[in-house]
Design a protein around this ligand. Structure first.
Ligand SMILES: NC(=O)c1ccc[n+]([C@@H]2O[C@H](COP(=O)([O-])OP(=O)(O)OC[C@H]3O[C@@H](n4cnc5c(N)ncnc54)[C@H](OP(=O)(O)O)[C@@H]3O)[C@@H](O)[C@H]2O)c1
Length: 326
């Protein structure tokens, strides 16, 4: 893990504050499995030891990428966190998906296993693509109990397949429901966090319940195929000016902004130069007035990039997390 500071999970373990996202390394960005495998390898060479993977986007079909992912595990210095996909969101499917992830990653356990998204979708066994109707709407399973799914996640810890379990994209109400029934508390919440979309209320809620937050899309996902009405965060004039004042890049400023608030940051890059650049954020601090200036960039919900609305009808589902205030 080198010198990278860590985020302490309430499970007792730690995750490196900066994580390497494998989302976007693959078909979504017209990248072949071999290229994705090379990018993951370069990330590991740069020293990243927290790999964010998911059934949705990890190039797990590529044996090269699999080897790259398995490589640091053999030295027991990594944190690999795969995620239960929405088509696996049912208490009867958790174990099979967990075993599938272990098989694909060639691991006997994972450090952290997350529920990717709280809306259950119907799909064939082992497939992440949900069933759709003729008009392209996704077929959902509104009867699924998130509480029962969490109980099945807890069994994975007890069986030694996951060291810690956590949530992604859950809102405060859904987290409260899990907290009421849990024997093992969610070790972390992974949500979209960046200077335009700060999620302060949800982060404060997590703080009150000692649930650390890890932010994805910390750079505002420049170049994402998912649209946002806002300008590109990494080109925001205030961010550019601040980067100039510190002699740093805009990406370094944006990542530093999160880790300085004890929020983990999972970014993606396929570019080794940028990977190295993004890692060099622990040798400077942003002044309080600059932290305040970045605080003021918050645009709230309108800045959310990953609404998941490409799953047509998702926002009409009772468990759609982003209709709630926070
Ligand atoms: N749990 C969830 O539901 C969820 C949802 C979305 C994402 N995620 C995770 O979060 C990760 C990051 O999200 P994201 O990729 O959407 O957003 P992001 O990390 O904010 O942005 C990634 C983009 O920033 C560019 N970039 C990286 N470093 C840069 C630098 N120093 N200067 C300029 N541009 C730079 C990358 O381009 P290059 O590759 O060309 O460097 C890439 O296009 C994903 O990989 C995934 O693991 C989780």
């Amino acid at each position: 893990m080198g010198d990278m500071p860590s985020l302490s999970l309430n499970s007792g373990s730690q995750i490196p504050l900066l994580g390497f996202g494998t989302g976007g390394l693959g078909p979504l960005r017209q990248m072949s499995d071999a290229e994705a495998g090379r990018a993951i390898g370069a990330g590991l060479e740069c020293g990243f030891r927290h790999l964010d993977t998911a059934a949705f986007y990890t190039p797990s079909t590529s044996s090269q990428a699999r080897r790259q992912i398995a490589y640091p595990k053999s030295q027991d210095i990594s944190l690999i966190s795969p995620q239960l996909p929405p088509t696996g969101l049912h208490e009867s499917k958790v174990e099979a998906w967990m075993l599938r992830s272990l098989e694909r990653l060639k691991l006997s356990y994972v450090d952290l296993y997350l529920i990717h998204f709280p809306v259950a979708m119907l799909g064939n066994d082992g497939e992440v693509a949900p069933h759709t109707t003729e008009d392209g709407r996704v077929r959902f399973d509104p009867e699924v109990s998130l509480e029962k799914v969490w109980k099945a996640m807890e069994k994975q810890v007890k069986a030694g397949r996951a060291r810690a379990i956590g949530l992604s994209n859950f809102n405060s109400n859904q987290i409260s429901r899990i907290l009421k029934v849990c024997e093992i508390k969610p070790a972390v919440l992974q949500i979209e966090v960046n200077a335009y979309h700060q999620q302060r209320l949800l982060r404060e809620f997590c703080g009150r319940h000692q649930i650390p937050v890890c932010g994805y899309a910390p750079l505002g996902a420049p170049g994402t195929p998912f649209s946002s009405k806002l300008p590109t965060l990494i080109e925001d004039p205030a961010v550019l000016a601040m980067a100039g004042r510190y002699g740093r890049s805009p990406a370094q400023v944006l990542l530093r902004y999160l880790v300085q608030q004890e929020v983990g940051a999972v970014f993606k890059s396929a570019n080794p130069g940028r990977m190295r650049e993004n890692m060099q954020i622990f040798d400077f601090s942003l002044k309080p007035e600059d932290m305040k200036l970045l605080d003021s960039l918050d645009r709230g919900k309108e800045a959310r990039i990953y609404t998941m609305k490409s799953f047509i009808g998702v926002d009409e589902q009772p468990e759609y997390p982003f209709n709630a205030p926070f």
